[in-house]
Design a protein around this ligand. Sequence first.
Ligand code: IMP
Length: 171
Amino acid sequence: METLITTEQIEARIREMGAQIERDYAPDEGIHLVGVLKGGFMFMADLVRAMSARVTLDFIAVSSYAKSTKSSGEVRMLKDLDAGLEGRHVIIVEDIVDTGLTLTYLKDILRARAPKSLRTACLLSKPSRRKVEVAVDYIGFTIEDRFVVGYGLDYAEKYRNLSHIAILNGE
Ligand code: IMP
């Protein structure tokens, strides 16, 4: 498989993203990160280590691509958050925004829980594939329309454990 983004590039970019997020919030305010399983687990683990002790975190799981490389267009919640969001500064931490359907769904349901603010951080963005426009506050890398795996992202549940991002060909 061809490497698209190396481990070193990911590390450097996430350090910058962590620092930028820290700068954007007042120093005395908590920041609550909501990681989207399963694809966002590795990004979440590295992003929180690039931030200070005021961070708290939780996870939510939604359905994604199943075994196909084409989006089904429907989003389903598989696991809800453990704690409420009322009055908190919340950031959704997602692996990739592709059609935008998943992030739009998540923003809608989380906004309804009355957070003090709601932002989004995505490691990757494929803008050419958008079906719905969705604002992303922090983007790691903007990429072409290629199916990628690694660093949390899967194809049929495989390759999530790669520490770099690779282009999947011929499946
Ligand atoms: P969206 O709803 O189309 O924006 O897709 C979001 C979800 O689709 C992501 O959280 C991923 O789980 C999955 N996805 C989109 N593109 C890729 C890809 O290139 N590789 C692996 N998973 C992807």
